[in-house]
Design a binder for this molecule. Structure first.
Ligand code: HEM
Length: 390
């Protein structure tokens, strides 16, 4: 409980109703000035004002990530890069940039396209001209790409997907009641042990080799965290964004015709989808010093939740923020990939995956339409998109 006068909201990120009501909650915070205190989970500041969110994300000296970026913490070891501060963060970032950054991502395009084509072939072979563009395409695509890139055993896909949802997305227990953090640790230990036993020239083999690099000397925890960063960071976020754009495409013939006629706009549509739906809603920071944010004094040790999804619909920053527009001024100033030193390292790969997924659907159809209603599991996740190709 925080003493003293300040704007307050009740904001519980674990409340399952928030899956669909979070945008309305952001507006409540905006009405009281864009920053408000919530007593949930030990208390934190919730921020939706675009300029404030961006300023805090840019201020990694006074707002640190090493105290955890999740509220409440989920019991996993710190995620590589994401939950480290400088100078160690710089080392992590270099390693991840080599794998998925702006130079690496274009070299992965043929592999991503190969996965997209195979998945569409498989789906069409099963369903005739009917395809679920959600679960069977967008969600499988990003998982297949990450497993392929890492060199992770494909038979673990389903379980990793379930663990990631339980730990990092919805915080729901596993069906058998067991501890997902414990099971994830086991999987990571086995993965590392088997790659040490059988050397292979994949990313897993490379990251393990960094244990013995005198300059980098990665610990066991860091190696586990690095695998999680790519597996978990790279999967649901990209899948959701891809699915959101595909759902819109299948239900909007005008947009479809426009993207067929002007394929260079697919990348613009991808960026606007990421802004509008913001697949990863928020990340937290902890204040290391007393910081004045407008008329709010944040005390050392207090946590701040950066609600990127709220900032991306800030009407003081974006005109008509709830609309999908291909002609948006300041279109790339959204915060869906974060800001500052932790800004998403996988952004080049994510935008490439979304674009390629859409290009491949358009390439083998003259029309895509919805067969049934889209099944949303949250306001950012169209999980089933029953579509018909012609
Ligand atoms: C549309 C897809 C994606 C979205 C919306 C997204 C969103 C984000 C956001 C908001 C952050 C900032 C976290 C913070 O402020 O603390 C972030 C960081 C990160 N993302 Fe992504 N991400 C996406 C795709 C990916 C992909 C494809 C990968 C890996 C292949 C990835 C790996 C990471 C990692 C490792 C970080 C931590 C970077 C650091 O701390 O320096 N993400 N992402």
């Amino acid at each position: 409980m925080r003493s003293g006068a300040c704007a307050r909201v009740s904001f519980d990120p674990l409340d399952q109703e928030m899956r669909f009501t979070d945008f309305a909650r952001y507006e409540q915070i905006r009405e009281v000035g864009g920053i408000a205190w919530s007593d949930e989970h030990g208390g934190f500041w919730a921020v939706v004002d675009h300029d404030l969110v961006r300023a805090i994300a840019a201020d990694d000296r006074r707002f640190v990530s090493s105290m955890g970026v999740r509220i409440p913490p989920n019991g996993t070891p710190p995620t590589f890069a994401l939950e480290y501060d400088r100078p160690r963060h710089t080392v992590h970032r270099r390693i991840l940039t080599e794998a998925v950054g702006p130079r690496a991502a274009p070299t992965l395009e043929a592999r991503v396209r190969g996965h997209a084509r195979r998945l569409l072939d498989e789906a069409l072979a099963c369903g005739g001209n009917r395809v679920d563009l959600g679960e069977d395409y967008a969600f499988r695509l990003s998982l297949d790409v990450m497993f392929d890139l890492i060199g992770a055993p494909p038979e673990l896909k389903e379980e990793v997907e379930q663990l990631a949802e339980a730990l990092f997305l919805y915080r729901t227990p596993l069906p058998d009641g067991s501890d997902p953090a414990h099971r994830l640790r086991q999987i990571l230990e086995d993965m590392v042990a088997s790659r040490i036993a059988v050397r292979r020239d994949d990313w897993l083999g490379q990251i393990i080799a960094y244990r013995n690099d005198t300059e980098l000397s990665l610990t066991e925890t860091e190696i586990h965290g690095a695998i999680v960063a790519l597996l978990v960071g790279g999967h649901h976020s990209t899948a959701r964004a891809t699915a959101c754009l595909l759902a819109r495409l299948a239900s909007d013939p005008t947009l479809q015709a426009r993207l067929r006629a002007e394929p260079e706009l697919i990348a613009v549509a991808a960026e606007e989808t990421v802004r509008l739906h913001t697949p990863l809603r928020w990340f937290a920071r902890t204040a290391r010093a007393k910081v004045q944010l407008r008329d709010v004094t944040v005390r050392p040790g207090e946590r701040v939740m950066l609600l990127y999804a709220g900032a991306n619909r800030d009407p003081a920053y974006f005109d008509t923020p709830d609309q999908f527009r291909l002609d948006r001024p300041k279109a790339n100033d959204h915060l869906a990939f974060g800001w500052g030193i932790h800004r998403c390292v996988g952004m080049p790969l994510a935008t490439l995956e979304i674009r390629v997924a859409v290009e491949e659907v358009l390439a083998r159809t003259s029309c895509v339409c919805l067969e049934e209603e889209v099944a949303w599991t949250s306001s950012t996740e169209p999980r089933q998109i029953p579509a018909r190709f012609s």
